[in-house]
Design a protein around this ligand. Structure first.
Ligand code: BGC
Length: 739
């Protein structure tokens, strides 16, 4: 049995604290050395610090919130706080760290009376579906600016775990199943935030790909395969964005806790990759001071560790270890220098006046992201809706009220509050906090605005029979299918809950022009697929989601999203038809084998010759595109050029995708590059893709190097992983490279 506190731990981190707005303390003397080199400055500052000051910097303290209502005395009155507060050193001009969750917007769950809400961006999976790094950057800028005006200087964003399992409750917080796509988007989210002078994390390092018993989940993977998949996503994202901090996961990897994993933290991240920032733990994931020796630099949310593990490991235990010589003094200095270095590199010590934030502009970012991330999965001529359509039935999904979001630490309180919060409850750890959150962007109202001459009627969809009555007398029926997914729990299956499949089936039987709009954070099964005319996947589309959905339905926007994740025909196709530990009580040690190794998602389907329901990269448009002139060169890597032409009669965006399909005789599928291309009707664009050679190579774990075998490599240009249109061969030169 877990205590009620333990229950709080899992979810508490998402509720957290809302704090007064003030700038971090940056008064006092500055370190004297080189003013521009963050390493030199960090060395100089750290040298002048006392041990008390050093020990203060290697923890973060959670602020007051309903779970921790009494302010920890280490947090000064009036400090701007959130998920974590780390004292600064005034006399040396070192600012306090003030951290906030901010994957999909600055979180503000309601305890900060003066906070008027933040922009609720679409979920990261929506950005994944846009295949548009520029959009990720815009989102990062929104996070950075909205954090900054609240005095928050660290955003806990950048979820770059791969979507390995369609039951993972947190997939909506991650970008995709592919390392390159994930890295390209995660890096730009970090660049956007850090460009605003706010430190961003990438998280959760690493293989935190399921939520079941996450503190006790041992994720087993072949080390070389790990380097070619989840670790490669981190590696590329780190190279492209230099995030100030990396947050380690809750889980274990091959028997060692993520936050105390010497190999992954010290040998790989800081050693092979030369990462210069700091590693913070996830909240309540540091049971032992010895994690410091293994490579963890900062213990996060110390009160949670105290309650979880009955110890504050980087407090007294670490102090004693230092006194006994068990923790080398140089290691403590390194921990502190890494934090200082990121402060200086990103510039949180040099904040001027807070920027002006234009919330209307931020809403535009949220809207544009939703527009670009909605995926048209199927269309048999039903969409866009005819301009003169007379009677539309909209059914289900609380579409009268708003759009759903995922739950957990990433949940954002939007400006003006939620449209509704329906308490769901449930057994066990997360039961208390399972809510259906609806953001105030009603698809019904937005449709009415765009189709003022149509009669649009709504039915809740609670009763399949009632829904069918309305559908029968309408020209078109649009049924919404939603699901609540979130942090702390995995999904049992791929089904839409609450009898929604029965409602969709009844509506489809009553009206041949049935369109389904899904708002989910993961693939779902679609037993009614052949009986409906069109299917849209709108995910958790954020505060402007209703507008974006209405625009796509009416054709005001031409859909351009592509699936960042394979939709399986059923769970038997996936690497783990049974999910280890699912349904066992919280605290049950669980071993989860990622035997698919690097063959995640579409790579797995290609290797096994499986046909999914919808493939990675799939997404339809209201126009059509053709590819031509594929030219490929080899040598050190593959370079490809090709031409994309809009062959239809309306403007639209396409996402041509270049894949490796085989290396010699071996089937090996890897996304090598992609570009979102906007084209007017009849227009063409030439695209060049230069592959990162690590996507063509294998990782040699003994030599700790990438190894490219010489020979012939086949690449294909396609619209999706299962729709490859042009192929070409390149000859690559044998070589070993990188780390
Ligand atoms: C989550 C992290 C989050 C942290 C702080 C944890 O529960 O796993 O992603 O940043 O809480 O709220």
């Amino acid at each position: 049995m877990q205590s009620s506190f333990q229950q709080g731990v899992v979810c508490g981190l998402m509720l957290l604290v809302l704090y007064e707005v003030s700038a971090p303390g940056v008064a006092g003397a500055q370190a004297t050395e080189d003013r521009t080199d963050p390493d030199a400055r960090a060395r100089a500052t750290e040298r002048q610090m006392t041990d008390e000051e050093r020990l203060g910097m290697i923890i973060s303290i959670m602020g007051t919130n309903p779970i921790l209502p009494v302010r920890d005395k280490r947090i000064p009155k009036g400090a701007t706080m959130s998920a974590g507060y780390t004292p600064g050193v005034r006399r040396l001009g070192v600012p306090a760290l003030q951290m906030t969750d901010a994957s999909l917007g600055v979180t503000n769950p309601g305890y900060r009376p003066k906070d008027r809400g933040a922009t609720a961006l679409p979920a990261s999976i929506v950005i994944g579906a846009s295949f548009n790094p520029a959009l990720a950057r815009e989102g990062g800028m929104v996070l950075g600016r909205e954090a900054r005006i609240r005095g928050l200087n660290v955003v806990l964003g950048g979820g770059v775990n791969l979507q390995r399992d369609p039951r993972n409750g947190r997939n909506f917080e991650y970008y995709s199943e592919d390392p390159l796509l994930t890295a390209a988007l995660g890096a730009e989210a970090v660049n956007g935030a850090q460009g605003e002078g706010v430190i961003s994390t990438l998280k959760h390092y690493t293989l935190n790909c399921n939520e079941t018993n996450r503190h006790w989940l041992d994720a087993i993977i072949d080390p070389a395969a790990h380097r070619e998949s989840d670790l490669l996503a981190f590696q590329i994202a780190i190279e492209r964005s230099q995030p100030g901090a990396i947050m380690s996961g809750y889980n274990l990897i091959n028997g060692e806790a993520a936050g105390g994993n010497y190999h992954l933290l010290t040998e790989v991240l800081k050693g092979a990759w030369g990462y210069k920032g700091w590693v913070m733990s996830d909240w309540g994931a540091t049971p032992s001071w010895e994690f410091a020796v293994k490579g963890l630099d900062q213990e996060s949310g110390v009160q949670i560790d105290q309650r979880m593990w009955q110890v504050e490991p980087f407090g007294e235990p670490l102090r004693e270890a230092l006194a006994d010589g068990k923790l080398p003094r140089e290691r403590l200095s390194d921990m502190v220098r890494r934090i200082l270095r990121s402060m200086y590199a990103v510039g949180i010590d040099k904040w001027g006046p807070a920027p002006k934030v234009d919330m209307a502009k931020h809403n535009e970012v949220a809207l544009e992201a939703a527009r670009q991330g909605i995926v048209l999965l199927k269309n048999e001529g039903a969409l866009p809706l005819a301009a003169d359509v007379k009677n539309i039935a909209v059914i289900g999904g609380h579409a009268l009220v708003g759009v759903p979001t995922g739950t957990g630490s990433s949940a954002v309180l939007p400006v003006g509050g939620h449209a509704n919060i329906i308490r769901l409850g449930g057994p066990g750890i997360m039961g208390e906090l399972r809510n259906l959150y609806l953001l105030p962007s009603s698809p019904v109202e937005e449709l009415k605005k765009l189709l003022p001459n149509a009669t649009i009627e709504f039915d809740s969809g609670m009763s399949p029979g009632e829904a069918a009555l309305l559908a029968r007398r309408s020209d078109v029926a649009i049924v919404f299918g939603i699901r609540t997914e979130g942090e702390g729990f995995d999904l049992p299956d791929l089904e839409l809950p609450w009898g929604q499949n029965a409602t969709i089936a009844a509506v489809a039987a009553a009206n041949p022009n049935t369109i389904v709009v899904l708002e989910t954070g993961n693939p779902v099964s679609m037993p009614w697929r052949d009986n409906v005319k069109a299917i849209l996947e709108a995910w958790y589309p954020g505060q402007a989601g209703g507008t974006a959905i209405a625009e796509v339905l009416t054709g005001k926007m031409n859909p351009s999203g592509r699936l960042p994740m394979t939709f399986p025909a059923d769970l038997s196709q996936t690497p783990r038809p049974e999910l280890a530990g699912l349904g066992t009580p919280w605290g049950t040690p669980t071993t989860l084998r990622y035997d698919e190794g690097a063959e995640v998602g579409y790579r797995w389907y290609a290797q096994k010759g499986l046909t999914p329901l919808y493939a990675f990269g799939h997404g339809l448009s209201y126009t059509s595109f053709a590819y031509s002139d594929l030219q490929v060169s080899g040598g050190e890597t593959v370079k490809a050029t090709f031409t994309v032409t809009n062959t239809g009669d309306r403007a639209g965006a396409d996402v041509p995708q270049l894949y490796l399909v085989s290396a010699g005789d071996e089937t090996r599928m890897r996304l090598l590059g992609f570009e979102r291309v906007e084209l007017e009707p009849g227009a063409s664009k030439q695209v060049t893709v230069t592959a990162d050679p690590r996507l063509l190579a294998r990782f040699d774990n003994d030599a700790r190097q990438w190894r490219l075998a010489g020979g012939s490599y086949r690449v294909a240009l396609g619209k999706a992983a299962d729709e490859l249109l042009l192929t070409a061969d390149a000859t690559l030169t044998e070589r070993a490279f990188g780390k």
